[in-house]
Structure formats: structure tokens, C-alpha cells
Design a binder for this molecule. Structure first.
Ligand SMILES: CC(C)(COP(=O)(O)OP(=O)(O)OC[C@H]1O[C@@H](n2cnc3c(N)ncnc32)[C@H](O)[C@@H]1OP(=O)(O)O)[C@@H](O)C(=O)NCCC(=O)NCCS
Length: 149
């Protein structure tokens, strides 16, 4: 069984995260993406296997809420529960910080990610038409962390 540690991002993870981001999102400029994550993140966690980052999740604070900016696992490590571990840890940290909600956008075609979010309590609250550069719509999803706000 592989041993996965969820920990905070550190500078030596830069190249691994760059690779995961490029592979997952076909990004034209993954280095820019990672700089944005570093500049604006409130949580930047990686899944570490033997010193190598194989997945990451990034949130930013938006007042009383938090938003998932980016979340991906290296292709060869998907379907092993690593995404689920990252998501659960970020939910725990946002809860501990007293955040009211976690928000995220997901492509309507991204059924795998939607299933994972729903399994962890997220609900679709809005459709954002043509949200992505290629014209695809997004679902805006939320997880309520406190009952009344
Ligand atoms: C979404 C993502 C981070 C999930 O990571 P992961 O490590 O595969 O997640 P898990 O192993 O915890 O699996 C989550 C669920 O998806 C299922 N799943 C994972 N890979 C799958 C695949 N290729 N096909 C079908 N189902 C798959 C798992 O079976 C699991 O469902 P289950 O709990 O009912 O068994 C990963 O698929 C990914 O990096 N996708 C590309 C980037 C992306 O879409 N990010 C989210 C943007 S909003």
C-alpha cells in the first residue's frame, strides 16, 4: 500500500505542482498559475509520496468564505483516494478557521470531480454560462460549513 502524506506546499514542490497543473488543465502558462496560487492562497496543500508531490489543492479566502482555486492529482495516481484525502483536509482546515462556506467552479463535463464534491457534501447552486475560455459552462458549487449565516 502506498503511503500518502498531506502537507503544506513548500518551495521544492514547485516543479511537481507545475507538472501536475500542466497535465490536468492543459494550461498555456502553468508557472504563472502556480505563482497566482502562491500569491493568493490561504491553503496550499500537497499529497506527498516519498518526497514527491503527486497532487495539490489550493484555496483562497473570500471574506467569510473560501474558494477552491485549483485541485488536481497526477494522472497515474488518480482513483486511489488521494483527491479525496486532499479535499477532506482542506474542508477540515476551512472549518477550523471558522469559514462559512467553501465555493468552487467545475466544468459541467467534469463528472468525476462533481461526484467527488457531492460525496463530500457540496451542492450545485448556480450554472455559470460560458465560464471557461472554450465556452463551456461551469457549475458553481458550495459546501456550507455552518448552519446559519
Ligand atoms: C478530480 C481529481 C482531483 C480527483 O482525484 P483522485 O485522486 O482521482 O480522487 P479519488 O481517488 O479520491 O477519487 C474520487 C472519485 O472519482 C472516481 N474516479 C477517479 N478517477 C476516475 C476515473 N478516471 N474514471 C472514473 N472515476 C474515477 C473514484 O472512483 C472516486 O469515486 P468513489 O469514491 O466513488 O470510488 C482528479 O480526477 C483530477 O486531477 N482531475 C483533473 C483535474 C480536475 O478536474 N480538477 C478539478 C477541477 S474542479
Amino acid at each position: 500500500m502506498i503511503s500518502v502524506v498531506i502537507r503544506e506546499y513548500c518551495v521544492r514542490d514547485f516543479r511537481d505542482v507545475l507538472e501536475i497543473d500542466a497535465e490536468a488543465f492543459n494550461s498555456r502558462n502553468p508557472a504563472y498559475d502556480v505563482y497566482i496560487y502562491l500569491a493568493y492562497s490561504s491553503n496550499f496543500l500537497v499529497a506527498d509520496i516519498g518526497g514527491k508531490a503527486v497532487g495539490y489543492i489550493v484555496t483562497m479566502d473570500m471574506g467569510v468564505d473560501s474558494k477552491i482555486m485549483s485541485f488536481a492529482v497526477k494522472k497515474e495516481f488518480r482513483g486511489k483516494g488521494i483527491g479525496s484525502m486532499l479535499l477532506k483536509e482542506v474542508i477540515k482546515r476551512c472549518k477550523n478557521k471558522g469559514k462559512h462556506r467553501i465555493l468552487l467552479e467545475v466544468r459541467v463535463s467534469n463528472v468525476v470531480a462533481q461526484k467527488l464534491y457531492k460525496k463530500n457534501g457540496f451542492k450545485t447552486i448556480e450554472i455559470l454560462p460560458k465560464y471557461y475560455n472554450d465556452g463551456e459552462d461551469a457549475y458553481l458549487m458550495e459546501l456550507r460549513l455552518v448552519d446559519n449565516f
